[in-house]
Design a protein around this ligand. Sequence first.
Ligand code: CO
Length: 169
Amino acid sequence: MKNLIHLFLIAFALYACGGGSTSSETDSTTAQPETTASEPESVPAVAELSISGDDAMKFNKTELKVKEGQTVKLTLSHSGKLPKAAMGHNFVLLVQGANMADFGMAAMGAVDTDYIPADQADNIIAHTKLVGGGESDTIEFEAPAKGTYDFLCSFPGHSALMKGKFIVE
Ligand code: CO
């Protein structure tokens, strides 16, 4: 009889022990997932950009971004088939404050220079040559000061659709 009680106590002790192990398994101090952000990224010296125009009189981008101090290497390509006489495209980056409408008017008369008007030189930061279907042109220039600039295609009538913002951060 005494042995039986003894056995019961042991059994109870084992049960209590097993039942008591429900704590501290859902510990919330697990390691944080590693974040890949917040490392100071080094700015590459050269920003390579590409933009293309098509036969529907459109650029494939309306915004381009670079960092201040970068050398910009920009490639304009023409993804269409039409010749430049009919559907020519260029990329012209204007200084801040330049009047796009005035520039467009001046460009229209500059047939001999592929619609880059000589009297608007002061308003141009950089420009490519005029390209037709399948052609491309790459230019390099220093990014201007931080700010937002207009770019456009100066082929007559195109800047209504072919324009965008060039942002220097
Ligand atoms: Co164009």
